[in-house]
Design a protein around this ligand. Structure first.
Ligand code: TRP
Length: 329
């Protein structure tokens, strides 16, 4: 039997290269090896974004169009929207009963969010329960593998503890999932910092060729290489980093010519622009197709959610039976 995967993304709209290399490219790769459930986790988005919901719908469809255009195949994987699966809310509630508050309060990820978003007194009950909801997402499909980035590891550890605690208190219902850390190192933003929407240093998968070119041409390179005849230090250059990711066949040549002062930064960036534009050509074409057909994309999400719900219902029933609260069934 194939292993079962669940992973989720908050609906943030169009995805950038950081999202692609950090998560999406792995999701695509895993589709043949596992039975995969991939979720738009809109309730998780509400834990911090409850006051700005007007973009949720748009952000959901744009993100899922990126998934599909990049190679997530709805015939292989089950694509779902978290809030279309009410059984998750019920499981979340039941799990919240057995989760010690101290486990949630010591969670470093939540602590960081409270600090970064300056939430303090405004921290919602829902945000504290973020990992319990994640545990519900994962456990309800009897997931045994969860591919995520390093930043999510403490949450997955909690999901494992919650699952174990349930199995110990009642009966062995849940599979205890293994974490599968994303293997690809992060791609930096165009300014050399971590790529993120808020830093405005990102390249979207859907950027048009001229936008890609403008963003690449504005990238900062080795500050000691001013003219072509200055020898460069590719190891500290973000543009070179991109060549390593997208232009494997030319990378050793570029490294040599940059260090030997035979290749200037403008030509080097121009070449990178060409490569990137080419790399996402097929993606942009597929994306145009889905954009014209958003109803079809919503249908994919509806039927995926329906399929996931069937599994969720069975697990929830087992949960209630184990807890002896399935009275009249
Ligand atoms: N918290 C994850 C993130 O922000 C998204 C997520 C929600 C998730 N539920 C999940 C990831 C379950 C893996 C498994 O990236």
């Amino acid at each position: 039997m194939k292993g079962i995967i669940f992973s989720g993304m908050r609906p943030t709209g169009k995805l950038h290269l950081g999202n692609y290399f950090g998560a999406l490219s792995n999701w695509i790769r895993l589709q043949d090896e596992y039975k995969c459930y991939y979720g738009v986790v809109d309730w998780h988005a509400l834990t911090t974004g409850y006051d700005c919901t007007e973009m949720m719908k748009e952000n959901t469809i744009e993100m899922v169009i990126d998934w599909l255009s990049a190679g997530i195949d709805p015939n292989k994987s089950t694509l779902l929207i978290q809030s279309y699966i009410p059984e998750l809310a019920e499981l979340h509630l039941l799990l919240s009963m057995i989760t010690p508050l101290s486990w949630l309060e010591r969670n470093p990820v939540v602590k960081e969010q409270v600090r970064d978003l300056d939430l303090k007194e405004n921290m919602g009950y829902g945000l504290l329960g973020y990992p319990v909801l994640m545990a519900a997402d994962i456990l309800i499909y009897k997931t045994n593998t969860v591919p995520v980035g390093e930043d999510q590891a403490p949450h997955i550890e909690l999901a494992r503890e919650i699952g174990r605690r349930f199995n110990h208190l009642y009966q062995d219902v849940f599979t205890i999932p293994e974490i599968k850390l994303s293997p690809t190192p992060k791609i930096l933003g165009t300014d050399g910092r971590k790529m993120s929407k808020s830093l405005n240093n990102y390249i979207s998968l859907s950027d048009q060729p001229e936008v890609i070119r403008t963003k690449i041409m504005s990238m900062i390179t080795d500050p000691e290489k001013i003219k072509l005849s200055d020898p460069g230090h590719p190891e500290i250059c973000t543009v070179f980093d991109y060549h390593k990711k997208f232009n494997i066949s030319e990378v050793s040549d570029i490294e040599r010519r940059c260090s030997n002062a035979q290749l200037g930064c403008v030509a080097c960036k121009e070449r990178l622009s060409e490569i990137l534009i080419e790399f996402f050509q097929g993606f942009r074409e597929r994306r145009e197709g889905y954009e014209k057909n958003k109803d079809m994309v919503w249908d994919i999400l509806k039927s995926g959610s329906q399929e996931a719900r069937e599994v969720a219902k069975i697990t929830l029933h087992e949960v209630k039976k184990a807890m002896k609260i399935d009275y009249a069934r």
